[in-house]
Design a binder for this molecule. Structure first.
Ligand SMILES: C[C@](O)(C(=O)O)[C@H](CC(=O)O)C(=O)O
Ligand SMILES: [Mg+2]
Length: 296
């Protein structure tokens, strides 16, 4: 950990931008691209680890180690504070949640969100979600807060209750989760802008809006979210979806036309890639360090 903890960096970013745009970075390369684009905080999506790293659906199949590997790769090269999706905590007991929190902090993340779905979870924007009792989720949060080795590390409670129990019940749950010690709230699969305001009025903590494409939530703009008292705007898989479409196009064109000439315009150039991963700086260092070996 540097002079300032990632958790503190996340909280500082939050105080500088409203809503704070948090962008999903599927891997270390994308984290560097997001940093270049000027984002102040980044995100590791659970659905992204499942689909991107493992080629699996977002159904609670991934494990803690899968997520830790991706966190470490990102935090090793990118200094932006990273918010991590830990699904329902990777295990039913308080000890499982504690282990998840400690490991995620150690891997260099700034915060996590933990949700009230059952272990065999679903994507928040799919039908037939099942949630645990309020008490069980409160226990998860207490275990997470208690396990925190850095007081600035962010514990965010996500509730999937809106789609299952309705708005009033979801707000009641939100109150209980914040009472249990959660620092921030992620009301999932929100369908109307005004609902964010209702959550924000009910709990005095920062609210996150998940602006994910092709789901239950309209693509509200940052201005709209600002007017609804939203503190954070999350774009978990936007670049991932675009990247997949581009890859698909390149594969199809190569296969059909026998050449990539028709799609080089959608490719990042060699120079651009090298700029984004600091290739030239590494090369300069290499030249300086090993000059003697080449007789310079
Ligand atoms: C935020 C989310 O939990 C994720 O894993 O990125 C997903 C995003 C998505 O599937 O679009 C979710 O909202 O459940
Ligand atoms: Mg998820």
């Amino acid at each position: 950990m540097g002079i300032q903890s990632p958790g503190l960096a996340f909280r500082q970013a939050l105080s500088k931008e409203t809503p704070l745009q948090i962008v999903g970075t599927i891997n270390a390369n994308h984290a560097l691209l997001a940093q270049r684009a000027g984002f102040q905080a980044i995100y590791l999506s659970g659905g992204g680890v499942a689909a991107g790293s493992l080629g699996l659906p977002d159904l609670g199949i991934t494990g803690l180690d899968d997520v830790l590997t991706d966190i470490r790769r990102i935090t090793d090269v990118c200094s932006l504070p990273l918010l991590v999706d830990v699904d329902s905590g990777f295990g039913a007991s308080a000890f499982n949640v504690a282990r998840t929190v400690k490991s995620v902090i150690k891997a260099g993340a700034a915060g996590l969100h933990i949700e009230d779905q059952v272990g065999a979870k679903r994507c928040g924007h799919r039908p037939n979600k099942e949630i645990v009792s309020t008490q069980e989720m409160v226990d998860r949060i207490k275990a997470a807060v208690d396990a925190r080795t850095d007081p600035d590390f962010v514990i965010m409670a996500r509730t999937d209750a809106l789609a299952v129990e309705g708005l009033e019940a979801a707000i009641e749950r939100a109150r209980a989760y914040i009472e249990a010690g959660a620092d921030m709230l992620f009301p999932e699969a929100i369908t109307e802008l005004s609902m964010y305001r209702q959550f924000a009025d009910a709990v005095e903590v920062p609210i996150l809006a998940n602006i994910t494409e092709f789901g239950a939530t309209p693509l509200f703009t940052t201005d709209e979210l600002h007017s609804a008292h939203v503190a954070m705007a999350l774009y978990p898989l936007s670049a991932f979806r675009a990247m997949n479409r581009a890859a698909e196009r390149v594969y199809n064109v190569l296969r059909q036309e026998g050449t990539q000439k028709g799609v080089t315009d959608i490719m990042q150039t060699r120079n651009e890639l090298y700029e984004s991963i600091n290739y030239y700086q590494f090369e300069e260092k290499l030249d300086a360090l090993f000059a003697s070996k080449r007789g310079k």
